[in-house]
Ligand binder design. Structure first.
Ligand code: SAM
Length: 352
């Protein structure tokens, strides 16, 4: 089923690539998923052959994770020093730690700031010594929080890892959305980032939303007249060249919680043939994030949109998970090789 052909069926592709789990595995390599959200990252890693266990403070997100995935999510507030599992070997640690914008130089507040997720992530690495630890974050970490980014990588190196990182765009991994994310990998195995697809095979919004079922009683959320006016003024003032309405013949802009749920000028919306605009439904937002239709979100509407917008796009996560699975099958790196890779990382800044 080629992406250019009329036969292309995105919903079926998602179903095949990210199948609903049929049992709990517990024999496969184990990924601890920290700051797990609803499990977008975990869904991709399970499809790539891992068992997962999630840790997340939000009860609705935990419920979504545990209701859909083979792995279960524990509701807790992650902080340094916690014992997360005691009865299984931990192969890898993954996660999207929240990063509070602050400078670590001088005050070292990072280690004391409860809202910052990295101390807990590093602490779990120290305790479980996984062969790989992978985190994703927004690209802003390379700019506003650059010093902190350098600090985290230095900490990972001090724990005996080679550290590699890339900016990757989910649109190049079958996700119908431009979503650039920073992916950082601490590894004691040879590591290769997944190779992007060719730009010819990008999935468009029209392809992604084809055949979405609108549930009985699910009303479209139309923009009100005053919202329409606000949008028009915003677009005029910001000299918006591309109106923010979704184009069916291209991938979408980045899907965030804010632009799925809130009445902001930045919201993702569909312009209907009569000129009226409506916001996306939960299922449409989920499709743009590459969640298969069997994946059900729990909680009130606002929390569902939050889970969808916060997630790592599962198809993108699967590509990273497959690289992780390959890496695990390789021999451990020597100390010399780890040093060499870290020296190279200092010199080379490669963007994918
Ligand atoms: C970016 S989202 C993670 C998305 C997730 N990786 C996915 O793919 O669906 C970050 C999550 O971290 C959770 N979180 C933030 N601080 C936390 C803490 N200290 N302990 C546990 N969860 C936390 C938030 O509730 C949020 O769901």
């Amino acid at each position: 089923m080629h992406r250019d052909s009329d036969e292309f069926d995105y919903a079926s592709l998602l179903q095949a690539e990210l199948p609903k789990p049929t049992d709990t595995h517990s024999q496969r390599p184990l990924a601890l998923d920290l700051f797990a959200g609803c499990g977008g990252l975990a869904l991709g890693f399970e499809a790539a052959g891992f068992d997962t266990i999630g840790f997340e403070m939000d009860s609705d997100a935990c419920l979504t994770y545990s209701s859909n995935l083979a792995g279960k999510c524990h509701q807790l507030f992650l902080k340094p020093g916690l014992e997360l599992v005691s009865d299984r070997h931990v192969d890898i640690i993954v996660g999207g730690p929240p990063c509070q914008p602050f400078s670590v130089v001088g005050s070292q507040r990072g280690k004391q700031d409860d809202r910052d997720g990295f101390p807990a992530f590093l602490s779990a690495m120290r305790r479980y010594e996984p062969k790989l630890a992978i985190f994703e974050n927004v690209r802003g970490m390379l700019y506003r929080n650059r010093e902190y980014f350098e600090f985290i990588r230095a900490e990972m190196r001090d724990l005996g890892y080679a550290v590699s990182w890339r900016l990757l765009n989910a649109v190049n991994f079958g996700v119908p959305q431009n979503r650039e994310r920073l992916v950082v990998v601490a590894h004691r195995k040879e590591w290769k980032f997944p190779a992007p697809n060719s730009s010819h095979s990008q999935v468009t919004v029209g392809q992604a939303l084809a055949g979405v079922v609108i549930l009985d009683g699910e009303p479209f959320r139309f923009l009100t007249e005053s919202m329409d006016k606000y949008v028009a003024t915003y677009e005029a003032k910001s000299k918006c060249i591309n109106p923010r309405d979704l184009s069916m013949d291209r991938p979408s802009r980045t899907v965030t919680c804010r632009n799925l749920s809130a009445a902001t000028a930045d919201m993702l919306r569909i312009k209907m043939s009569d000129g009226k605009r409506r916001m996306l439904t939960e299922r449409e937002g989920a499709r743009l994030q590459s969640f298969p239709d069997w994946f059900i979100f729990c909680g009130p509407e606002s929390k569902k949109f939050e889970q969808i917008g916060n997630a790592v796009a599962p198809l993108f996560a699967k590509a990273i998970g497959q690289s992780a699975m390959k890496a695990l099958s390789l021999p451990d790196l020597s100390d010399g090789r780890i040093r060499q890779l870290n020296e190279l990382d200092e010199q080379i800044r490669l963007y994918a």
